[in-house]
Design a protein around this ligand. Structure first.
Ligand code: ZN
Length: 75
């Protein structure tokens, strides 16, 4: 796994890896993933979440939605 430090894609400033919280609203429900590593720009404050983290987050959301569907079958 390679997570080299990069420069900000918005301003070219220096980014450092920090723990952030991801939030996503799907069908009126809030999904939250806490303390994930992300690149945070020290100049403009922009946050860049690594692709693999985003994929994990979206997988978590679809799993939660699948579970909800199963519960509905039972009534
Ligand atoms: Zn920046």
């Amino acid at each position: 796994m390679v997570n080299n430090q990069k420069n900000c894609q918005a301003c070219g400033g220096k980014v450092t890896i920090e723990k952030v919280n991801l939030e996503e609203y799907e069908e009126g429900k809030l999904y939250l993933m806490e303390k994930v590593p992300a690149y945070v720009c020290q100049d403009c404050g922009e946050i860049w979440v690594p692709e693999e983290i985003m994929q994990e987050f979206e997988k978590m959301i679809s799993l939660a939605q699948a579970k909800k569907t199963n519960n509905n079958r039972k009534g």
